[in-house]
Ligand binder design. Structure first.
Ligand code: ADP
Ligand code: MG
Length: 380
């Protein structure tokens, strides 16, 4: 690595207390893992050059949200040409979908995505209407298979994701394999369509085919003011949050796969919580936990993206208590002794980075689910 390498982004931070939008130059020095911030309006240092090892270089791309000393900064522009030249090619985007036939394999597919080095910058579970499916596949309008295709695409939930990686468009199409799943099994047996698809229509995954369609399709799902594929929330469901430390480690797919083994996932989204939202969501713990522990929980929830899931019992029973059993004791150390198969025992590091949050009380299931899926905006 060249000495004195320095990247610069223009970033925005919305001060939750005052509602003021601050703009900073954010400098990152990859060799020394230092950050530096300059307040653009007042032209003065906000943060002098300081070591900050928590910042992951893989999060340095436009539209990303990075947490720097508890502040969520949205990277809105390149700060200089050097950064643009270096980073633009590193952060190509594509729109990936898990189609209704592979929804039950969402965890496995998300795991394959993470293991292949993609970053999931946006994610939303939704259910397209036939009209919305037709709009998404407008380029195929008039083709003989389009009616079957839009029936299929509106037949169940889909997972839409914006994936970021060097050469993401081609890389994702390589991972999913040829359009026809039978051809995929013959030519690319390890591909996702070979593993999870059936034929030419029911082929498990979607991937954009070029930069312009990738931009259009990402905008279809995640553009400002857009909200296609709105899911109905069910009753008796519970909330699971895959915490930022697991999302950052690329372990979310493994957790979701274990959840799907015994529960139905009925809604979901990727969120970047700010301090206010995290503190509001965790409010009930404020009185019962020591202040330091409460702050650490808020800190963990704001340290990066988390994935929220609405979890339902397969037979329509209340899901809160049975899901709490799967989550296991709050402290993973205790869980490893008492319930070694639980999610927290398997994925938790300590009482704060304990892998997942789950709703504690049956009466809170609906409240927590609603907080995420009707009140908060997903990553956009
Ligand atoms: P891809 O998804 O690989 O980019 P296309 O853009 O050509 O493939 O088609 C969009 C989707 O329409 C395919 O993923 C598949 O579900 C369906 N499809 C495409 N071609 C056919 C066909 N000849 N018969 C039936 N379904 C098809
Ligand atoms: Mg296509």
């Amino acid at each position: 690595m060249a000495a004195n390498l320095r990247y610069c982004f223009i970033s925005e931070w919305l001060d939750p207390a005052s509602g003021i939008l601050w703009k900073y130059q954010l400098f990152y020095y990859p060799e020394s893992k230092e950050v530096e911030m300059v307040d653009i309006k007042n032209r003065r240092h906000f943060l002098k050059r300081t070591k900050y090892e928590e910042l992951k270089p893989s999060l340095l791309f436009l539209g990303s949200v990075v947490t720097v000393f508890s502040r969520q900064l949205k990277l809105t522009e390149y700060g200089d040409e050097f950064t643009r030249n270096r980073m633009e090619s590193q952060s190509e985007r594509t729109l990936a979908m898990i189609k209704p036939d592979a929804y039950k394999n969402m965890g496995k597919i998300i795991n394959a995505i993470c293991q292949s080095g993609f970053l999931i910058s946006k994610l939303r579970i939704g259910k397209l209407s036939k009209e919305e499916a037709g709009e998404f596949y407008a380029v195929h309008a008039g083709k003989p298979f389009v009616d079957r295709l839009t029936d299929f695409m509106s037949s169940g939930r889909v997972v839409a994701m914006e994936l970021v990686a060097p050469g993401a468009i081609r890389k994702w199409r390589e991972l999913i394999g040829p359009t026809d799943s039978n051809q995929a099994r013959a030519e690319a047996p390890g591909s996702l369509r070979a593993q999870f698809g059936t034929d030419k229509t029911f082929n498990a995954c979607h991937g954009s085919d070029a930069p312009d369609t990738a931009a259009e399709e990402c905008n279809f799902w995640f553009g400002p003011g857009r909200y296609p594929g709105k899911c109905d929330l069910a009753a008796g469901t519970t909330l699971c949050l895959v915490k930022p430390h697991l999302v950052a480690d690329g372990a979310a797919g493994l957790v979701i796969d274990l959840i799907q083994e015994s529960f139905e996932v009925t809604a979901g989204g990727l969120y970047n919580l700010d301090r206010n939202a995290a503190a509001e969501f965790l409010e009930v713990y404020k009185g019962v936990l020591p202040a330091g522990d409460f702050n650490s929980m808020v800190e963990q929830l704001t340290s990066g993206a988390c994935i929220a899931l609405e979890v339902a019992d397969r037979d329509g029973a209340d899901a809160v208590e049975p899901f709490r059993q799967l989550a296991g004791p709050l402290d993973p150390e205790l869980g490893r002794v008492l319930r070694p198969a639980s999610l927290r025992a398997r994925f938790g590091l300590d009482a704060v980075r304990n892998g997942v949050h789950c709703t504690d009380l049956p009466e809170d299931g609906v409240l927590e689910v609603n907080y995420f899926f009707t009140i908060l905006p997903t990553a956009s």
